[in-house]
Write a protein that binds this ligand. Structure first.
Ligand code: T4K
Length: 370
């Protein structure tokens, strides 16, 4: 057995000595937060890296989601996926909005556009899809529905840092896209997040909202919140960007190795990519099918016994949690695909520092679990 635990992910951190000069600047300037120089610089650097026009940094992805909904004054009902991290739907409850769950596509595991229209009511004001595991949603189909029914689209793009679909950055789709820079994400600032905005006016409004609604020293225009990213996190982000391409290249190698060495294992299905032109290899989900010798949970346990801590993202479905399960859209009969996938999925370890030895060890256990 492996002597060290292998977790589903391990944050990438740059060499500590490279971060010291950034800290020295913060110590010298005494500028710790409130739109300091690193904050400004990171917003610009991320716009360049992600090829988007405007972006507002946040303290984390959840506050960014809550604020994105506020910024567009979303109310009533919002259509969303049950197959996501609970923060997606929680952001709706924090705004007094009723989530309406719609089933997912069995291949992309994203909101199934063919099922959205049937869930639209006169109270629907927006769709909140998730680019799950960094696989892009069917952005064109979703936009067509949104245009036909005059509803907004806010993408939960927490997993989709750097992902490109058929027409460039996937973050350009919808009215807003929300990123997470949490420790477990492809690009991390310890904690952090951002809203990608289509124009300077929207960004200004969002910047006001994340700063209590202040527009100047004495004027408050909205009941905003404190969603600001600190200079520490922004400085780390700037340094992380310098290392990102190498980190992504290693993730890509790991992804390819899993796919190649698991492809002939009966009962194990690697989730295909969803046609993205640039992937970020954020997660490596597998589906444990009926012809595998162990159940999903037995394989999950077997891996744990061998010090491998894969995760069943996203089991249970959001719709199964107590604050959601009373909704009519949360019933399993409304969500047959998501319910089935949640019973089959395990996300395997993928992160830049995962060694080939550990990778082969994980694959060996899955290939021969007896
Ligand atoms: N929308 C979506 C679709 C999301 O997936 C998320 C977050 C959000 C919105 C909200 O964004 P944030 O507000 O978080 O910015 C983790 C993360 O906490 C969460 O950010 C993430 N999604 C979710 C998918 O995964 P847990 O409860 O599984 O995390 P945890 O602490 O068990 O970490 C998993 C493994 O990672 C650990 O076993 C070890 C390793 N790890 C983790 C941390 C935090 C480390 O090695 N170092 C660390 O600092 O939720």
């Amino acid at each position: 057995m492996n002597d060290k635990p292998i977790y589903v992910t391990q944050p990438y951190l740059p060499p500590l000595e490279e971060f010291i000069p950034y800290l020295e600047k913060i110590w010298d300037s005494k500028l710790l937060t409130n739109k300091g120089p690193f904050h400004q610089e990171l917003e610009e650097a991320l716009c360049d890296y992600l090829d988007v026009e405007h972006l507002a940094l946040f303290a984390n992805g959840t506050i960014a989601l809550v604020t994105a909904l506020q910024a567009l004054r979303i109310a009533g009902e919002v259509i969303t996926t049950p197959f996501s991290f609970v923060a997606t739907a929680h952001s709706l409850l924090w705004n007094g909005i009723k989530p309406v769950f719609v089933d997912i596509d069995p291949n992309t595991l994203n909101l199934d556009p063919t099922k959205i229209e049937a869930a639209i009511t006169p109270h629907t004001t927006a769709i909140l899809p998730v680019h799950c595991y960094g696989n892009p949603c069917d952005v064109d189909a979703i936009q067509t529905i949104a245009d036909n029914y005059n509803v907004k689209v806010i993408y939960d793009a927490a997993h989709a840092f750097g992902v490109q679909c058929h027409c460039g950055s996937v973050l350009k789709h919808g009215d807003l896209s929300v990123l997470s820079f949490h420790a477990t994400k492809v690009f991390n600032t310890f904690e952090g997040g951002a809203i990608v905005c289509p124009d300077a006016r929207t960004k200004q409004h969002i910047d006001n909202l994340k700063n209590f609604g202040f527009v100047n020293e004495t004027t408050v225009v909205a009941s905003g919140i404190n969603g600001k990213m600190s200079e520490f996190n922004a400085a780390l982000g700037l340094l992380q960007l310098k290392h990102l391409d190498r980190a992504l290249a290693r993730r890509c190698e790991i992804d390819h190795t899993y796919r190649e060495l698991l492809k002939d294992v009966p009962g194990i299905r690697c989730v295909d990519q969803a046609g993205q032109h640039a992937a970020n290899y954020a997660y490596f989900p597998i589906l444990v099918e009926a012809d595998y010798p162990l159940s999903r949970d037995a394989l999950y346990q077997k891996l744990r016994e061998n010090n491998i801590y894969g995760r069943r993202y996203f089991y249970p479905l959001i719709s199964e949690f107590p604050m959601y399960r009373g909704l009519s859209s949360a019933q399993r009969s409304n969500l047959p695909v998501a319910s089935e996938i949640a019973e089959k999925v395990i996300c395997l370890p993928i992160y830049p520092a995962l060694s080939n030895n550990d990778l082969n060890y994980i694959i060996a256990i899955i290939s021969d679990p007896q």
